[in-house]
Structure formats: structure tokens, C-alpha cells
Design a protein around this ligand. Structure first.
Ligand code: PGA
Length: 254
């Protein structure tokens, strides 16, 4: 069985103490985590990534940033560059999250440029895509995903999605307690995989597609049983260590 990846997105949550406690518990449970069939990637707020990087002792636990700028350096007040993330040993960057698309007006074009800058630096982008409530109602899920992938394929070429992570995150499912039916999750993931394979020469198993949006300890088992789901992106349920480790334990038993 392939290792499943669990990505924890802390968004704008947590403080120094909470993060230190969380990592101490992760380090304490290292032996258990190392035996498990999953890889863990945690996206703490950028400010705490360096601290986290210095504390984590487990080789199965990696860190992600929640954003990156499209510039490498210069007069861009408030931004963080890919070189800075690389400098402190961060391996992954989440981009295209609906909260950035909505609240920061990030277009497919900006996201494609971020994707490129991450790949050029040899870090791994975690690209979030997915339809909003209106798109769901109009049954436009596949069209929306296609459009969100196209800009990246055009800018980065047919091999763009080699060694990257895609997260299918229906916007309406995020933080709502609702998820699509399992058939829809499987069907959408299979569509994304086939669409990329048809565009490029990447082999099917080299494309990593995760599901995100209201994942918790109750629904995770069924979600991960879908054949095209390679992992999950967890928001709320990753903030509390007990809840998070329950998810990891469930993956261990699947
Ligand atoms: P949620 O968030 O698990 O709280 O729905 C997921 C996400 O936004 O990535």
C-alpha cells in the first residue's frame, strides 16, 4: 500500500505555546508515527515555521508554508519569498487555497506563477482546486478544476504536476461539516488524474491527489478508501492534537 499523506493546515490559528505543545506531543509519539502508513505535512503559520523546523525530530513529519510571494526579493513589503522558506528547510508550500483566492483575490494566473516559482526552487507545491457552492449547483466541478489546472499546464508545461500535490477542496465543503458523496470524491479525483495524464507523459501513479474540506476522524476512513485519493488536507480537525492523532491512528488501521 502506498503511504497516504496527511496535510494539516493551521491557517491563521495557534500561538507559540500551542505549537510547542503540539510538536512536543508529536515528538513523544514518534515511534508510533514512524510505524504508521502515512506521511505528515504541517502548515503552521509562517512566523512559527523556523521554530517548528528546529523542534521536530520525526523523519515522517514535514513542514509546509501556507503561501509564498511570486517575487524572489526586492521592494515587496510584507511578503515571504521561496528562497526564505528554502533557507529554513521548508519543503512544501500550499497555494491556490480558496481563502487566498477569495480574500486576497488570487487569480489562476497568480497561482500559476507561484506554482512555477516553487517548482523552480525545487520545493513541492500543494495546489488547492475545487468548485464553490454555485459551481456545485451548476454541476461545474470538472470545468472549474480543468480551468484551474490549465493555467499551470500552460505556464509550466506538460510535466508540471510531476512531484507535486493537488488537493481537491470543494469550497463549500471547507469548514462546513459537509463533504461531497464518496462517489463524487472518487469521480473528481479520477477526472483530475486522467486529465493530467492525457495532457502529459506522467504516469498515473506519479500524480498525487488529496481530498480536503471537513475531513475528520469520522469520515477519513471512507474517504481514503477511494482508489484515487492519495491523502487528505485537514483544517479544523488538525488543530487539536488528540483529534489529529486519532486521524493518524485510523489511517494506520485502514
Ligand atoms: P477544514 O479546512 O478541514 O476545516 O474544512 C480544510 C481546508 O481549508 O484546507
Amino acid at each position: 500500500m502506498n503511504k497516504k499523506t496527511v496535510i494539516a493546515n493551521w491557517k491563521l490559528n495557534g500561538n507559540r505555546n500551542q505549537i510547542i505543545n503540539f510538536i512536543n506531543l508529536l515528538n513523544r509519539d514518534s515511534v508510533k508515527i514512524n510505524k504508521c502508513l502515512c506521511k505528515i505535512i504541517i502548515a503552521f503559520p509562517t512566523l512559527y515555521l523556523d521554530l517548528a523546523q528546529n523542534m521536530i525530530t520525526n523523519k515522517n513529519v514535514f513542514l509546509a508554508a501556507q503561501n509564498v510571494d511570486i517575487h524572489l526579493n526586492g521592494a515587496f513589503t510584507g511578503e515571504v519569498s521561496i528562497n526564505m522558506l528554502k533557507d529554513i528547510g521548508i519543503g512544501y508550500v500550499i497555494i491556490g487555497h480558496s481563502e487566498r483566492r477569495i480574500y486576497h483575490r488570487e487569480s489562476n494566473n497568480i497561482i500559476a506563477n507561484k506554482f512555477k516559482i516553487i517548482k523552480d526552487a525545487n520545493l513541492i507545491p500543494i495546489l488547492c482546486i475545487g468548485e464553490n457552492k454555485k459551481g456545485k449547483k451548476l454541476q461545474q466541478t470538472k470545468d472549474v478544476c480543468k480551468k484551474q489546472l490549465d493555467m499551470i499546464l500552460q505556464l509550466c508545461g506538460p510535466l508540471a504536476f510531476q512531484n507535486t500535490i493537488i488537493a481537491y477542496e470543494p469550497v463549500w465543503a471547507i469548514g462546513s461539516g459537509k463533504i461531497p458523496t464518496l462517489d463524487i470524491i472518487q469521480d473528481t479525483h479520477a477526472f483530475i488524474r486522467t486529465y493530467i495524464v492525457n495532457y502529459s507523459s506522467i504516469s498515473t501513479e506519479k500524480i498525487s491527489i488529496h481530498y480536503g474540506g471537513s475531513v475528520n476522524e469520522i469520515n477519513i476512513e471512507k474517504i481514503l478508501q477511494q482508489s484515487d485519493v492519495d491523502g487528505v488536507l485537514v483544517g479544523n480537525a488538525s488543530l487539536n492534537y488528540n483529534q489529529f492523532i486519532k486521524i493518524i491512528n485510523i489511517i494506520n488501521m485502514i
